[in-house]
Design a protein around this ligand. Structure first.
Ligand SMILES: [Fe+2]
Ligand SMILES: [Fe+2]
Length: 255
């Protein structure tokens, strides 16, 4: 029975292979043996045996690949491209420039309030501070009216907001003119400066919370506008300085 010899050799070969194989292979071999699957074609059993090997290897490979995907690569984490890009610093725009003026003049008003509360009789200091406030506000209002307001009016198309701001400027200028023409010793001088300060507080609040917000939300090039505002401010400040020097020179030349 040559087929019986052949079958016996193949079974011996299979058992020795199963003994050498890893636990999965042994498990398959023992299970097949227990269940009496000797009747199965040996080629089919061998194919199944190989398939278990392949599956085991595939699972190990898959697990290794998944673990590698989950674990961030140390090398790539250290590369500059893996880091979040640094946020670019925002360029100063027209609103920043104007708000710096608002803060500067607010400081001057506070200084004046301290002087006034101290019951100081120094009218010279009051005059100096009041003149400084008037100069800063006049230049600020001029650059807004010449450059900023027309540009914003065109960009945001809110005429009511711009009209109200312009009327507030006119009222402030009226008070400024009164303060400039008054003697600091006048009983109402402090009150005029205080009311001007309160008036400017209200106006600035509206610019900050409405006009600047709408201007920044528009397509207006506020960075370019800041350059124009600064240039005009420098010109007007130089003009104000010349006006302040002129009366002193005239007084010196008087007989
Ligand atoms: Fe204004
Ligand atoms: Fe302003």
């Amino acid at each position: 029975m040559p087929w019986a010899g052949c079958l016996l050799r193949r079974r011996i070969h299979w058992l020795s292979s199963a003994a050498r194989a890893d636990c999965a292979c042994s498990y398959v071999g023992l299970r097949v043996f227990r269940q009496g699957l000797q009747a199965l074609p040996w080629d089919s059993l061998h194919t199944r045996h190989v398939s278990v090997h392949d599956l085991s290897n595939h699972e190990e490979t898959t697990m290794a690949t998944t673990a590698a995907a989950k674990k961030p690569s140390t090398a790539s984490a250290k590369t500059p491209s893996a880091r979040a890009p640094a946020t670019a610093k925002r360029q100063k725009d027209a609103c920043d420039l104007l708000d710096a003026d608002h803060k500067a003049v607010k400081t001057l008003f506070k200084e004046y309030a301290s002087l006034s509360e101290s019951r100081s009789r120094s009218t010279t200091k009051k005059r100096q501070l009041a003149d400084q406030i008037c100069k800063e506000l006049t230049v600020h209002a001029t650059i807004e009216e010449e450059i900023f307001y027309p540009a914003v009016r065109k960009a945001i198309k809110d005429n009511d907001l711009l009209n109200e701001a312009t009327v507030e400027h006119a009222s402030a200028k009226d008070l400024i003119a009164q303060i400039k023409g008054m003697d600091p010793a006048d009983e109402l001088f402090d009150a005029k400066v205080t009311v001007l300060g309160e008036y400017i507080d209200h106006h600035v609040k509206e610019e900050r919370t409405e006009m600047f917000v709408k201007a920044r939300a528009s397509k207006l090039d506020l960075v370019s506008l800041a350059g124009q505002l600064q240039q005009r401010k420098d010109e007007l400040m130089a003009e104000e300085e010349r006006k302040a020097v002129k009366p002193v020179a005239e007084m010196a030349m008087a007989p």
